[in-house]
Design a protein around this ligand. Structure first.
Ligand code: CA
Ligand code: CA
Length: 451
């Protein structure tokens, strides 16, 4: 430290006995070189900390143990204060020789252990190797001088011994018919470059079953270097599945090393995949309608097109054969949007689920382009009319069922019609999927059995 007179004061602390040591002090700002020779150190009277290590014993990504090894047994000389800092600028201090002697693991090491020593997940540096710090203080009797002596020591690094975990929330995005991109965010920089194509993520499907690794096909991982996130591109083939919204993912224990070579813990946490789902449609070909069968019980609605929940396992042709009306099937799992919102909100269930919705519009024209009819509306996940309870409780696809009437309330005739269908999937105000399609629809009216 330089004071106002330009005098520099410093201490030299040796951690073992030396004789005839020397050192020099020089610098760009000073012209002279100071040499100090014939230095003799006696054995330091107190134990010096030689190694500090930070651990995550339970694998949740939160610090729960710091171990410090000293160069010799404490015997009678135990620090009266120790302090550590890891993952933030905060210093955590433990005072009194009595408290510190309770941290003794053996004659020359201390361990500070309790759950959640930090307030948040931190396992290492986001870009570079991270080290924490350790300080300690002794008050001891110098046997040669007979005086009580204070000695304050710092500068010991606490090494990162914590493996990486995935942080909230992995995001998936369909990028083509048969490929999904998954972005995973990692609690610290990891060495993706050493993987050489080895898989480092494992999955559970929507039913909670572990996905066989051979059923996962990775095309490419970017960036191909040390990083605290990766974009992983997956391909769907005959034998593989795509990770999608509602799957769980985590780091495979023991594979992806952090910058210090630590590997993911056996209990590193699973994260639910969120993001965009693939949206699919099914259109009918030719639909036979029978006006003679039409009753107010069969169509109790005011509107000519209404959304109806149907089981995911049912095909459109079977649904139409059963119900007797044309319609378009929106194949989309709105329940996963609802679940994502529920996980990220403290509001009442119904309020949260009303933010997961399908905004739709369908318009019908004759094959000459004349307007026939149209409707638009919204299906909310919380819609009791559609789902009975809500879409998380009773997931299903949505059929936009048309009663085959014009906007003037008359039956349409047999023939080819043009349908324009637009819909958007909305999650708390954000569009997470949309479709805008035109298709043709054949109507065949049968007037038989009319009484
Ligand atoms: Ca922990
Ligand atoms: Ca680490």
């Amino acid at each position: 430290m330089t004071d106002s007179t330009g005098t520099v004061k410093f201490y030299v602390v040796g951690d073992s006995a030396v004789t005839n040591a020397s050192f020099e002090i020089s610098g760009d700002a000073v012209s002279n070189v100071i040499s100090w020779k014939n230095i003799h150190f006696k054995e330091p009277p107190v134990p010096f900390a030689s190694l500090g290590e930070a651990y995550d014993r339970n694998g949740d990504g939160v610090l729960d143990s710091i171990a410090v090894v000293f160069n010799k047994p404490f015997d009678e000389t135990i620090p009266d204060t120790v302090a550590w800092s890891f993952g933030s600028d905060d210093w955590h201090t433990i005072a009194s020789t009595q408290n510190i002697s309770m941290l003794m693991q053996d004659e020359k090491s201390l361990a500070i252990c309790h759950d959640s020593m930090a307030s948040e997940v931190f396992t290492g540096g986001a870009k570079e190797l991270y080290q924490g710090s350790f300080r300690y203080h002794y008050t001891y009797m110098d046997k040669e001088t007979g005086q009580m002596t204070q000695l304050s020591l710092d500068g010991l690094a606490i090494e990162d011994r914590m493996g990486a975990i995935l942080t909230d929330k992995p995001i998936v995005k369909p990028i083509s018919e048969d490929a999904n991109k998954l972005t995973v965010y990692i609690s610290e920089a990891t060495q993706g470059s050493v993987l050489n194509g080895m898989q480092f993520l494992e999955f559970k499907d929507k039913s909670g079953e572990l996905v066989d690794p051979s059923k996962i096909s990775v095309i490419v991982v970017t960036p191909a270097k040390n990083s605290n996130y990766y974009d992983v591109l997956f391909q769907k083939t005959e034998n593989t599945v795509l990770p999608e919204v509602g799957f769980m993912v985590r780091l495979i224990p023991g594979v992806l090393p952090d910058l210090n070579g630590n590997l993911p813990h056996v209990d590193n946490p699973w994260r639910r995949i969120e993001g965009e789902q693939r949206v699919n449609m099914e259109f009918p070909g030719v639909v036979a309608i029978n006006p003679a069968d039409f009753t107010p019980e069969k169509w109790p609605h005011k509107e000519d097109v209404v959304p109806v929940r149907v089981d995911v396992s049912k095909k459109l042709e079977d649904i139409i054969a059963e119900r007797g009306f044309p319609g378009e099937l929106i194949k989309f799992d709105l329940s996963e949007v609802g679940k994502s919102l529920l996980l990220n909100s403290d509001e009442p269930r119904e309020v949260v689920l009303s933010k997961a919705k399908i905004k739709w519009e369908v318009r019908y024209f004759s094959n000459l382009g004349h307007y026939v009819n149209s409707e638009k509306g919204e299906v909310l996940c919380s819609d009791k009319k559609v789902f009975g309870t809500d879409c998380v409780d009773r997931p299903g696809n949505v059929l936009l069922e048309w009663n085959g009437h014009t906007n003037k309330g008359r039956w349409v005739g047999s023939g080819i019609y043009i349908a324009k269908l637009k819909f958007k999937i909305i999650s708390d105000g954000n569009v997470v999927g949309d479709i805008d399609e035109i298709f043709t629809l054949g109507i065949r009216r049968s007037e038989k059995r009319k009484k």
